[in-house]
Design a protein around this ligand. Sequence first.
Ligand code: ZN
Length: 312
Amino acid sequence: MSRKVTIVMYHYVRDLEHSRFPAIKGLSVERFCRQLDYIQAHYTPIAAENLIRALSPAKEGLPTNPILLTFDDGYSDHFANVFPLLDARGIQGCFFPPAQSVLEHKVLDVNKIQFILAAVSDLGSLVDQVFSSLSEFCTEYPLKTKEAYFLAIAEQHRYDSRNVTVLKRLLQRELPEPVRAEIVRRLFAEHVTADESSFARELYMSVDQIACLRRHGMHIGSHANTHAWLDHLSPDAQVIEVDQSLEFLKTLGIGRDEWTMCYPYGGFNNSLLQVLRGRQCQLGFTVEARIADLDVDDPLTLPRVDTNDLPS
Ligand SMILES: [Zn+2]
């Protein structure tokens, strides 16, 4: 009986070359279609419910080469491009929209950073712009020197260039939260758009679209409320993030006995796992890139491979 499950992670799936931001990193619809052909030829797509039952004490069996497809961040791409293709092929997708982006039309900082990087051609001068703007925050916040930040960001990311790695790490993590939020807000307004709300409505699915996915058998799970690094939050703040996302799932008719969690940036820790266990979370998806082994892996810390790890 198969206890190894390939769980694939997708983000953007869009016609990049015909979009306003062709430099955004994502999968084209054409490549997504080819990947679905490959998946159907070599794997058996399963639903989240199959995985939940396979991990239950009854250890319900799974088909040969099971695969589960997951889609992070609630992009409208998923409704317009992914959903019709999955629906036509009878494949279930698991979708993880952060509650706040859908309900309050706020663009996640992680997405603002992606669109800033896609809109600016000279990333070297963008790095300089970020470092020169730090001087105005240095009396209020304990900032490091440029050299110290570069040293802290020594490692190379699997898919990104050096400038992109430095910008993402500085703006997503290294700088104090209020400083990076303000710098990202300014760069987004300058290089992308001053109308964040309209941009958010284009970028993310609406509540009605997510409800439609669910009616058609797709799985909807939690991706937290604000897409925070949950492992960097206090236990109290973790509870707030989780409960706000559960309220959102409740409005979609998703009960507390059937919910799943996809950790923003893959970030989790023991206190978060306790919060999730206390709320009967069934599955937790990380970004650890390997095939899941149901005999070994904790249901709340399942690894996922990236779409780039599969042929397309
Ligand atoms: Zn995410």
